[in-house]
Ligand binder design. Structure first.
Ligand code: NAP
Length: 325
C-alpha cells in the first residue's frame, strides 16, 4: 500500500451532508475530531427535498425537511464541524491516508472516512420534473402521504416499493391509482396480494407516463399516459408518487467496497473490511431509507471512527498534528 504525504491530513472526512452525514458530523465534532463534511451534489440529501417531516422523533408538530437539515448542520458546526461544497469525484481506499478527490481536481487526505453519500430516488426524466417535486410530485410516500387526506393520488411503478407506497397511501387518499408500464407487477406475491385486496387501489396496466399535467400556476394536476396501442389518456390526480427505484451514490468508489447488484454497499453494520472506512445512511440501506435510521447509522459510524482513530493513535491533540501509525 502506497504512503502519501501526511501534511494537512484530516482526521475524518464525511462524504455526504444528508441526515446520516450530518449526524456523524455532530458526533465526531463533539469528539473533537473537527470533521470535514463534503456536501455533495445534493446538499442536505433527500430530506432537503421533503416539505414537512412528521415522523422524525422530537417534532410533534412536524418540521420542514430543510429546517431539520439546517438545524443538524448548525448543531455540528457549533462543535467544530467544517463544510465544503462540491462533489466527491473519486476516492482511493488503497492508499493511506485515504484520498478524496473533489470536483475532479482538488485532492484531500484523511485518516478515516465516513461514506454517507446516500441514494437518490430515480425520476422519470420528464420535462419540468424538478419544478414540481414537492408541488404535487413526491418520491416519498411515508414523508408526504398524509398531505393527501381525502384526495386522489397516483403511484408510478410496479415493484415492492410501489405496492408498499400504494397500500400506505390508502390510509389517507380516497383513491390510489397504480400506473405500471407492463401488464404484471415486479413486486413479491405477498405485496401484490395485499395491494389487490385494497378496494381503493386501481391498476392501470401497460401505461407509460408521457408527461406531467400542470395547473396554470405550475402545480401538478395529473399524468398524460400512453397505452400499448398508442392510445393516450389523461389521469387527473392531486399527487403523484414515483416508486421506480433508487440509485445509490457510489460511482466515486468504483468497486472498492462490496455492493449488491444494484450498487448498495453491503457493510457489516457500519463497518467495512477496510479499517478506518465506515458507512452510514441510505447508501447501504435499501430497506428502511428513513431519516431516523440514517441518523442512527450516522451516529454509529461516528462512534466507530472515533474508536478507530483513538486506537490507531491518530487523534490530533492540542499539542500538534496526529502522527501516522
Ligand atoms: P424495483 O424492484 O427495482 O422496482 C422498480 C419498479 O419501477 C419496477 O416495477 C419497474 O418496472 C419500474 N420502473 C423502473 N424504471 C421505470 C421507468 N423509467 N418508468 C416506469 N417504471 C419504471 O424497486 P423497488 O420497488 O424500489 O424495490 C427495490 C428493492 O427493495 C427490491 O428488492 C424490493 O423487493 C425491496 N423492497 C422490499 C419491500 C418489502 O419487502 N416490503 C419494500 C420495498 C422494497 P418493471 O417492472 O417493468 O421493470
Amino acid at each position: 500500500m502506497a504512503d502519501l504525504d501526511t501534511t494537512d491530513v484530516e482526521q475524518v472526512i464525511i462524504l455526504g451532508s444528508g441526515v446520516a452525514g450530518l449526524t456523524a458530523a455532530v458526533y465526531t465534532a463533539r469528539g473533537n475530531l473537527r470533521p470535514l463534511v463534503i456536501e455533495g451534489g445534493e446538499p442536505g440529501g433527500q430530506l432537503s427535498l421533503t416539505s414537512t417531516v412528521e415522523n422524525f422523533p422530537g417534532f410533534p408538530d412536524g418540521i420542514g425537511g430543510l429546517d431539520l437539515i439546517q438545524a443538524i448542520r448548525r448543531q455540528a458546526e457549533r462543535f467544530g464541524a467544517r463544510y465544503r461544497g462540491g462533489e466527491v469525484t473519486r476516492v482511493d481506499l488503497g492508499v493511506r491516508p485515504f484520498l478524496v478527490e473533489l470536483d475532479g481536481s482538488e485532492e484531500l487526505r484523511a485518516h478515516s472516512l465516513i461514506i454517507a453519500t446516500g441514494a437518490r430516488a430515480r425520476l422519470l426524466g420528464l420535462e419540468g420534473e424538478d419544478e414540481i417535486l414537492g408541488r404535487g410530485l413526491s418520491t416519498c410516500a411515508t414523508c408526504d402521504g398524509a398531505f393527501f387526506k381525502g384526495r386522489t393520488v397516483a403511484v408510478v411503478g410496479g415493484g415492492d416499493s410501489a405496492m408498499e407506497d400504494a397500500i400506505y397511501l390508502t390510509r389517507f387518499a380516497r383513491q390510489v391509482h397504480v400506473v405500471h408500464r407492463r401488464d404484471r407487477l415486479r413486486a413479491s406475491k405477498i405485496m401484490q396480494d395485499r395491494a389487490f385486496q385494497k378496494e381503493s387501489i386501481a391498476f392501470h396496466w401497460n401505461r407509460v407516463v408521457e408527461s406531467y399535467l400542470r395547473t396554470p400556476d405550475g402545480r401538478l394536476r395529473g399524468l398524460a399516459l400512453k397505452g400499448p396501442d398508442g392510445t393516450r389518456e389523461e389521469l387527473e390526480v392531486d399527487g403523484v408518487f414515483l416508486a421506480i427505484g433508487h440509485i445509490p451514490n457510489t460511482d466515486m468508489l468504483r468497486g472498492q467496497l462490496p455492493a449488491d447488484a444494484d450498487g448498495y454497499l453491503t457493510p457489516r453494520g457500519v463497518l467495512t473490511d477496510i479499517p478506518g472506512v465506515f458507512v452510514a445512511g441510505d447508501v447501504a440501506d435499501r430497506r428502511y431509507q428513513q431519516a431516523a435510521t440514517a441518523a442512527g447509522t450516522g451516529c454509529a459510524a461516528a462512534m466507530e471512527a472515533e474508536d478507530y482513530l483513538e486506537a490507531a493513535g491518530l487523534v490530533e491533540t492540542a499539542a500538534g498534528a496526529a502522527s501516522a501509525r
